[in-house]
Design a protein around this ligand. Sequence first.
Ligand code: URA
Length: 447
Amino acid sequence: MSSTKSINVVDLILRKRDKGVLSADEIAGFVKGYTSGQIPDYQASALLMASFLNGMNEDEMMALTYSMMHSGQVIDHSDVQGRKVDKHSTGGVGDKTSIILAPLVASCGVPIPMISGRGLGHTGGTLDKLESIPGFSTQMNIENYRRQLKEIGVVMIGQTAEIAPADKKLYALRDVTGTVEFIPFIAASILSKKLAEGINNLVLDVKFGSGAFMSEESDARKLAETLTNLAERFGTDTVALLTDMDQPLGFGVGNWPEIVESIACLHGNGPEDVMDVTYALASEMLMAGGAVDSLDEGLSMAENAITSGRAWEKFEQLVERQGGSLDSIRRPTERDLGRNEAFITAPSDGMVTRIDAKTVGRAAVDLGAGRKQKDDVVDPIAGITLYVSAGHTVTKGEKLARIQASENERLEETEEYLSTAFEFGEECEIPISRVKDRYSNGAWLNP
Ligand code: URA
């Protein structure tokens, strides 16, 4: 039999195949049946593909998100004072802003119960970066997660088996059935996890460009609109920033290299582009959390949290509480000594006009910073430190980047490929800000 107690899966597949619409009960029955193992992969795959090809309306998306969110625990943080806020980035090469933002915003009194993911394709993941700090644990049960939020105002963990288990199973199936790049599935997947965290407000960083999950700006805009409007329907106030990810963000790409750069940012020595995106997101999170009444006030508060050292102190508290080595974050450059390294150099005199983010991200994965297969173990120190960005004039032989990996062969294999990321020319356009637009209450600021 292919039906669960209340639904007949074949009927649902036929209806979606013929461009029909499913009810909320039918979607709930499917999610429940698939998560529990009653519905086999082959039928779930057919339903996913029929939906992918023929679309889903807003009510179907809402029902899918709701069912996936309620497939596990929905956490209650009502014993923690204040509006609980989280940020989600759709991911980008060198995007380490979560590591800076969580302690920064928490140090201003806004509770941050952050649940993050691992690297996906050429984009890195916050969990892999945090785990490159020796001893840092991202695994915690819900009780300890709630307790840490209450006691120090910030917690950063990975998805647990109790949170949106339907997403874990469906994501794995989408990954092998060509059904990942579909906005309703992406939105339900992201929001089912975020809304289960028990947050009041969500700030989204939706990226576009070569180094992002969505390369086209128009697709990123559509995703930002869908995510924001859907989250609002669940009663979670949400705002989305649209950010340019065509070139790597900052200079560090890879797990430990990004922690090293995050530490510099928390000490007030971060690259301009990273701080630009971080401050824009921090201002939104501070306003969402009720700490300030305007984005300008949020910006001043965020800058003050960095210059006063408060954000750094909160980061140290977070690292210590989750078992990480304080020594390693206090002396981050010492850890690199003696490791295998190589350098990419300029082939001739000229101006670097562009550094292709996707090539840099893939090179970092080749070095061992990300996974090519699900069960690959990442190399915490593998990665790239860029010495230049677009607009830099270089002379022949000048170092463009340092690459690091625990295995020497990986360096040789990656050098040539990474050198193709650098484009040279006479002139280039550098955007004033990576933050391109802001979407809230159903409208863009700069449509
Ligand atoms: N990130 C997610 O969590 N889910 C998706 O479907 C895509 C990106």
